[in-house]
Design a protein around this ligand. Structure first.
Ligand SMILES: NC(=O)c1ccc[n+]([C@@H]2O[C@H](COP(=O)([O-])OP(=O)(O)OC[C@H]3O[C@@H](n4cnc5c(N)ncnc54)[C@H](OP(=O)(O)O)[C@@H]3O)[C@@H](O)[C@H]2O)c1
Length: 337
């Protein structure tokens, strides 16, 4: 089968297109999926660049997010049939309930081989069936970014109609957060780097947009937008260098979903703000298979569609990574397999 592997520590130069053995017949309780589309997350870029995550030996097949068709069904797999369209969860062992170290270790494209390949064999219990209305390209964008936004705004502290949600930037997680917040009847404030992306964010439903390159004090802007009260939720994808501003921008008793590390993993944090304001600070790590199934269901019910910045052929995978690296994208990048 065709695949990509991270073979060394030279960044994108170490991402190699390879030919690997086809998988053998699935064992009891397993299903083999023919991957058709795979989407990129910032995490995949960090893994290729050696910045984060990959523990264990190389080579490693990157990427976590894929959708495809059932190719072969092992014994005792219930009613699955070849040809059924499915989406694959980020952590195939985390079916539902609480998160654990074991589930973290099962994350595809991190501690385990990922999905940027033609076939993958998984426990039948982990994969999620797709309804007709969701394309495989769209489904491939859901397992990491959409599920993360879902856990942040629909599970850990559900957003209510009339609340204000602050999103940072226009990448995969942030655009899904925008859509989930708007679908729930919330007001969305967004920060972004440039006027073109500000226009896109407005077109996607953001109620107010702030360009942080012109004025880095987006926390003050968010406070002004809420009459000095602060926002109800922050979808925090920046990390070390943005968290203090998020702590400032959120209201007393508000919620910060701590998700990203775009500005680094370590920093001096104003911890007293967290307790003095009674902030609900939730660390989020993607989500379970049950959350992925909820996202699939919500897409049909709430009528939102993933925002796909570009679709690339398998041999153009490096180009897709370069687009992510450029930071020029809005939403998701899809590679067809
Ligand atoms: N914890 C989890 O489960 C989880 C899940 C998914 C992602 N993440 C993390 O969340 C972050 C975003 O991931 P993603 O896949 O959505 O990324 P992405 O699609 O690559 O989007 C990144 C966007 O963030 C904005 N940005 C970049 N630097 C920024 C900064 N210093 N301050 C504010 N905004 C900045 C840019 O948009 P603008 O140009 O519009 O500002 C950029 O395009 C990453 O750190 C990723 O590792 C964590």
């Amino acid at each position: 089968m065709k695949a990509y592997q991270i073979t060394g520590k030279d960044g994108l130069a170490s991402l190699e297109r390879v030919e690997l053995e086809d998988p053998t017949e699935p064992q009891r309780g397993e299903i083999t999926v023919r991957v058709r589309a795979c989407s990129l997350n910032y995490r995949d870029y960090m893994n290729v660049m050696g910045l984060h995550g990959i523990s264990g030996p190389l080579p490693r097949i990157p990427c976590s997010d894929a959708a495809g068709e059932v190719l072969a069904v092992g014994p005792d797999c219930g009613g699955w049939l070849p040809g059924q369209r499915v989406v694959i969860p980020f952590m195939p062992t985390w079916l539902e309930g609480e998160f654990s170290r074991e589930h973290s270790a099962a994350a595809l494209g991190g501690a385990c081989d990922g999905v940027l390949r033609e076939f993958i064999t998984l426990p039948a219990t982990s994969i999620v069936p797709l309804p007709d209305g969701i394309s495989l390209d769209a489904a491939s964008t859901l397992p990491c970014a959409a599920v993360t936004a879902w856990q942040a705004l629909r599970v850990r502290r559900p957003v209510k109609a009339g609340e204000t949600v602050l999103i940072l930037g226009s990448g995969g997680v942030s655009i899904f957060a925008l859509q989930l917040a708007k679908a729930a009847g919330a007001r969305v404030l967004a920060t972004t780097s440039c006027p073109e992306k500000a226009a896109r964010l407005r077109a996607l439903g953001a109620d107010a947009v702030h360009q942080y390159r012109n004025d880095p004090a987006w926390d003050e802007w968010a406070l002004a937008q809420t009459g000095g009260v602060g926002v109800d939720h922050v979808v925090e994808i920046g990390g070390a260098q943005t968290l203090n501003r998020s702590l400032h921008a959120v209201r007393f008793g508000g919620h910060i979903a701590l998700i990203g590390v775009l500005t680094g993993t370590k920093g001096e944090i104003n911890t007293v703000q967290v307790l003095r304001k009674g902030i609900d600070l939730n660390g989020i790590y993607v989500g379970s298979r049950a959350m992925l199934a909820e996202v699939v269901d919500a897409m049909g019910r709430e009528r939102w569609q993933p925002v796909i910045d570009g679709t690339y052929e398998f041999d153009q995978a490096i180009e897709a990574f370069r687009r992510l690296e450029s930071g020029l994208h809005v939403g998701k990048l899809v590679i067809r397999v």
